[in-house]
Design a protein around this ligand. Structure first.
Ligand SMILES: Cc1ncc(C[n+]2csc(CCOP(=O)(O)OP(=O)(O)O)c2C)c(N)n1
Ligand code: SF4
Length: 312
């Protein structure tokens, strides 16, 4: 076990931080899972953090010039290179401390991006930062499409989902590829800490973010983030969908600590995937065949995860 993690006692309902790095009054849609998750991330990290934010929903809704919701140092980054800028900030901080230009104290560096920024366009930049071993945390807020520019499909859009670029109709039946496994790609870099999290399990999410910040070197947390606007779901049901994704095994919660897989919440009696699909417009066209295909694939992927946790 990494020594930094051994010392961490964990957040509980009784010791939740009062600090808010992200103020209310932002312009996210009602029921936005991304902004809910981001608030939890910022609560877990506290105020000693520099945020490098890729363009996407979370940048647009929090920084309509001249206003900002950020209560911590924050940098606007292009769509693809939040990890590169985080690398530069980390290197600069190290040099300035070494030269005595700023006091020696720990400041976390957080890069934030949506699933499009992370899994598609920024993938090689993140990979480079991890390879170089920068001490930073990358958080992906995965709402399963390019929402900010009009709900286009991304590599993280689930199989069968309707988006503006994967419309069901005579020529197709929604997204044709299976969701890209970005946490597995990150874990393949052999970095000290990778985790998946959900705003429906807020203590689990906050503890994972804090652990990721505590470890020395690159860390990655992939957070499932319902998006009522893009999914065609009721805003008040976002947390319910986030929970159902875990209970159906569609989005399992786990950590990969120095290559060792630990399932955070074992789902021994999974709900059928159809329960998760009800109430989301993006899935309402799915055929019986597609539903059976998805159920079989979800079962297969969970079995593989179980094997990884037993083997490592
Ligand atoms: C290289 C490049 N391509 C495309 C864009 C336009 N663009 C800005 S945000 C965005 C989508 C963001 O999607 P995602 O990262 O999934 O975040 P979300 O808005 O869903 O939170 C796109 C396509 C851009 N700014 N730069
Ligand atoms: S479009 Fe989706 S992710 Fe973007 S602010 Fe609205 S609910 Fe949140």
């Amino acid at each position: 076990m990494i020594t930094e993690l051994e010392k961490f006692k964990g957040f509980s309902a009784k010791n939740l931080p009062k600090e808010e790095g992200l103020a209310p009054g932002h312009r996210a849609c009602q029921g936005c899972g991304e902004v809910l998750a981001l608030r939890m991330v910022m609560k877990a990290l506290g105020k000693d953090v520099i945020v490098c934010c890729a363009t996407g929903c979370m940048e647009i809704v929090t920084t309509p010039f001249p206003q900002t919701s950020w209560q911590v140092p924050w940098i606007h980054i292009a769509f693809e290179n939040a990890a590169s800028v985080a690398s530069g900030v980390e290197a600069a901080r190290k040099v300035l401390m070494r030269k005595g230009r700023i006091p020696k104290r720990h400041v976390d560096i957080l890069a934030v991006g949506g699933d499009g920024a992370t899994g598609d366009i920024g993938l090689s930049w993140i990979s480079g930062a991890m390879e170089r071993g920068h001490d930073f945390l990358y958080v992906c807020l995965d709402n399963e499409a390019y929402m900010n520019t009009g709900v286009q499909r991304s590599g993280c859009t689930p199989y069968g989902a309707m988006t503006t670029t994967s419309p069901p109709g005579k020529k197709g039946s929604g997204q044709v590829t299976w969701k890209k496994n970005v946490p597995a790609i990150m874990a393949a870099h052999g970095i000290p800490y990778v985790a998946t999290a959900s705003p429906a399990y807020f203590l689990d999410l906050m503890n994972k973010v804090k652990k990721a910040a505590l470890v020395e070197g690159p860390a990655y947390v992939h957070i499932y983030s319902p998006c009522p606007t893009g999914w065609g779901s009721a805003g008040e049901r976002s947390v319910e969908f986030a929970k159902l994704a875990v209970e159906t095994r569609i989005f399992p919660l786990y950590e990969v600590i120095e290559g060792r897989y630990v399932i955070s919440r074992k789902i021994t009696k999974p709900k059928p995937v159809t329960e998760y699909f009800k109430g989301q417009r993006r899935f309402r066209h799915l055929s019986e065949d597609q539903l059976s295909f998805i159920q079989a694939k979800v079962d297969e992927e969970y079995a593989r995860l179980m094997k990884l946790s037993e083997a490592t």
